[in-house]
Design a protein around this ligand. Sequence first.
Ligand code: R1P
Ligand code: URA
Length: 236
Amino acid sequence: MSVHIGAKKEDIADKILLPGDPLRAKYIAEQFLDDVFCYNEVRGMYGYTGTFKGKKISVQGTGMGVPSISIYANELIQSYDVQTLIRVGTCGALQKDVKVRDVILASTATTDSQMNRMVFGGIDFAPTADFQLLKNAYDTGQEKGLNLRVGNVFTSDSFYRDNAIELFELLATYNVLAVEMETTALYTLAAKYDRKALSVLTVSDHVLTGEETSAQERQTTFNDMIEVALDAAIKQ
Ligand SMILES: O=P(O)(O)O[C@H]1O[C@H](CO)[C@@H](O)[C@H]1O
Ligand SMILES: O=c1cc[nH]c(=O)[nH]1
């Protein structure tokens, strides 16, 4: 057991999917995995282990934001020795040609989080995805005929902010594709502990145009993202 995860060490696979929403973890476990059991209910942050195409894999909710995913990633790495961590999240598009329902592979993450500044002092560390995982996910997306985008995302400490449009337009100028709230922390911790990490993100809304997906459309697109992430994980 760790502080926030009530599992035995052998209960968690060395490959894990990390949705922000614990109910997305439940959905993934029930819809995509075989021989599933729930290993964590602490704080309602569900965690499950099962098999996908015969390979053992886990899925764990992380909550929202850098502090929350940092707790789960730290414990999964240090207490459970997880090697491959793939975030399966939602994001808001910042570019006109990034559409709702698109799936984004985050190659890196820009951030306003103070976490890395506290660690690195005056240096701005550049968090990056694991190349092989990114390639696996991209290849899977191509095979499925998906409109995958690869690039920089903005990991924000705020979902609501006063100067949102000005900041988002500036970031869009610098070719940042989308905004979400966790990737920089996941990639930085993976670098620290020599683990493999990737964020696969579904565009749930467009922050500049206000376009949104319907509940049914989100479900279908989530399935594309989940299949890409599961296939990338087991190709490792
Ligand atoms: O859908 P998830 O994975 O939670 O990701 C996005 O949704 C939450 C905000 O609504 C933030 O966690 C953001 O990163
Ligand atoms: O606009 C959005 C959508 C999803 N997640 C975010 O953090 N922002």
